[in-house]
Ligand binder design. Structure first.
Ligand code: ADP
Ligand code: 5GP
Length: 194
């Protein structure tokens, strides 16, 4: 694929639905895809490192970069700021790599306006949706009870927005959901992977 024409894939959905897990599987199958590393003001979880899971920024630094126009999208989520740095996406596209954004819904809706050619996928939990999300967030064991409650409160609105998305994948069995996600992205990878 010539430099500068690579695709952007937006993977969105509520916290705990399995976006990170699914993307991990997809990247193993399609190593030409690169995940954009987001910026956030939230504290690193144990085991997370700056520049690996996120660029961890102080709130003032995040605001400064917003004012400088450095973000492709950004949103407040459950008490913190999250955003995609233009530099993260541009350098990958310029080197011909298709880019994956793992972002929440407000950010995905901004990308729909600013980058309508990006392919957007909503990852939904299996029925009963709310209960399966809660079980996954509790089972992941990375968030306090208070943080889980905050994420579930946001999830009610996020689940209601899923019909705005052209592609939807229910993360029931990981294998089945990965197959579906791969089938969505594959047609836009064919030029670079054949
Ligand atoms: P997100 O990135 O959307 O917040 P994660 O990828 O961290 O979600 O997944 C949340 C939890 O759910 C993790 O503990 C993960 O192992 C688990 N999980 C992910 N996919 C599945 C699945 N298909 N079935 C059961 N559990 C899953
Ligand atoms: P977490 O704190 O669990 O890592 O992420 C919380 C939420 O923020 C998740 O839904 C995740 O997808 C989302 N998120 C991560 N990076 C970004 C980003 O760059 N922009 C937006 N809008 N959301 C993001």
């Amino acid at each position: 694929m010539p430099p500068g024409t690579a695709k952007v894939f937006v993977i969105t959905g509520p916290s705990g639905v399995g976006k990170g897990t699914l993307i991990g599987q997809l990247l193993k199958r399609r190593p030409e895809l690169q995940l954009s590393i987001s910026a956030t003001t939230r504290d690193p979880r144990p085991g997370e490192a700056d520049g690996v899971e996120y660029h961890f920024l102080a709130p003032e630094e995040f605001d400064r970069r917003v004012a400088a126009g450095e973000f492709l999208e950004h949103a407040a989520y459950s008490g913190n700021q999250y955003g995609t740095l233009r530099s993260e996406v541009d350098r990958r596209i310029e080197s011909g790599h298709p880019v994956v954004l793992e972002i929440e819904i407000q950010g995905a809706e901004q990308i729909r306006e600013t980058m309508p050619e990006a392919i957007q996928v909503f990852v939904a939990p299996p029925e009963p949706e709310f209960e399966s999300l809660k079980a996954r967030l509790v089972g992941r064991g990375t968030d306090s009870a208070e943080a889980i409650e905050g994420r579930l409160a946001v999830a009610r609105h996020e689940l209601a927005a899923q019909e705005h998305f052209h592609h939807q994948v229910v993360n029931d069995s990981l294998e089945h959901a990965t197959n579906q996600l791969e089938a969505i992205v594959a047609p836009d990878l064919s030029e670079s992977s054949q």
